[in-house]
Ligand binder design. Structure first.
Ligand code: G1P
Length: 297
């Protein structure tokens, strides 16, 4: 199928991060680190791997640390250069964005994810775009958004990342109503945000990666309130439902919910164990800890 290239991605980062207070009193949640890289860096790397060229951040007050993070740091760079720390200079490279490649737009009131994405409408314009929620960190051999871009080239329409969740957890997610399950690609006949207990159409949940048509932005213009009184992205996508219009994509990879403390800790352990420079020492420590706990029981 002839689809347009996905070149723009929206990163909604306006949330107050209250679940991580007091840490988030003075630092944005997206700057919190998994090992030694801020959450947002994982999302940016994933977007880059999928061919994204323009990065649009929807921010709010108190998020200026994010802007600094993606800027050059001339003093730091020259100090590293002088002391011959070339490998650290390399590490910093991933944090630099070309001028004009990154744009910031403010969401001046917390009115929901749909509203956050709508705030970026003028920067997105009339072309399909991606949305990445940095709270959802996905470890995968082929980065999740790249998998989706490849699948989207076959399907067109709108595509959301999807994953089976335990039925009792479905109420915390957007949930797909399945029309046609083709394995990794699922055609949807409906989508519900945070369904009430016992009403979820399936246990296939939407995870924070989206490829959307600009029509979704037009739908958001109506500012229809949904679950929790918020303007929901899920509802604006659901309005697009029709044959060949909305797909779920069962990605290959492990998703961590870094919007929750338990998920963040799990990701920290997993990413620590995946790092060649830390693996041995950290694994030995975990084994020791485990043995100590068993002995204490
Ligand atoms: C958001 C979306 C929801 C999706 C979830 C994935 O919800 O609204 O549809 O399932 O992200 O993480 P939130 O977690 O912001 O409440």
């Amino acid at each position: 199928m002839k689809t347009r290239k996905i070149q723009k991605a929206v990163f909604p980062v306006a949330g107050m991060g209250t679940r991580f207070l007091p840490a988030t009193k003075s630092i944005p949640k997206e700057i919190m680190t998994l090992v030694d890289r801020p959450l947002i860096q994982y999302a940016i790397d994933e977007a880059r791997a999928a061919g994204i060229k323009e990065f649009i951040f929807v921010t709010s007050r108190g998020k200026s640390a994010l802007e600094d993070y993606f800027d050059h740091a001339p003093e730091l760079e020259s100090a590293l250069r002088k002391s011959g720390k070339t490998e650290l200079l390399e590490v910093l490279k991933d944090t630099n964005m070309d001028s004009g490649a990154i744009a910031y737009v403010r969401q001046n009131r917390p009115m929901g994810l749909g509203h956050a994405v709508w705030c970026a409408r003028r920067l997105i314009g009339n072309e399909p775009f991606a949305v990445l929620l940095p709270d959802d960190v996905i470890a995968a051999e082929k980065p999740c958004l790249q998998q989706m871009v490849e699948a989207y080239q076959e399907t067109g329409g709108n595509m959301v990342a999807a994953m089976e969740v335990p039925p009792e957890k479905a109420g915390s997610y957007g949930v797909l109503d399945i029309a046609n399950d083709m394995g990794s690609i699922i055609e949807a006949r409906g989508m519900v945000e945070k369904p009430a207990k016992g009403t979820a159409p399936s246990n296939l949940a939407v995870i924070g990666r989206y490829i959307l048509s600009p029509q979704v932005l037009t739908n958001l213009n109506r500012m229809k309130q949904g679950a929790g009184g918020e303007i929901q992205l899920t509802d604006a996508i659901a309005e697009e439902i029709g044959p060949g219009k909305v797909y779920g994509y069962r990605f290959r990879g492990q998703r961590y919910d870094c919007g929750s403390k338990a998920g963040f800790l799990q990701a920290t352990v997993a990413f620590g164990l995946a790092r060649p420079d830390l693996r041995d020492e950290f694994a030995a420590y975990l084994a020791e800890l485990n043995a100590m706990q068993k002995a204490a029981q």
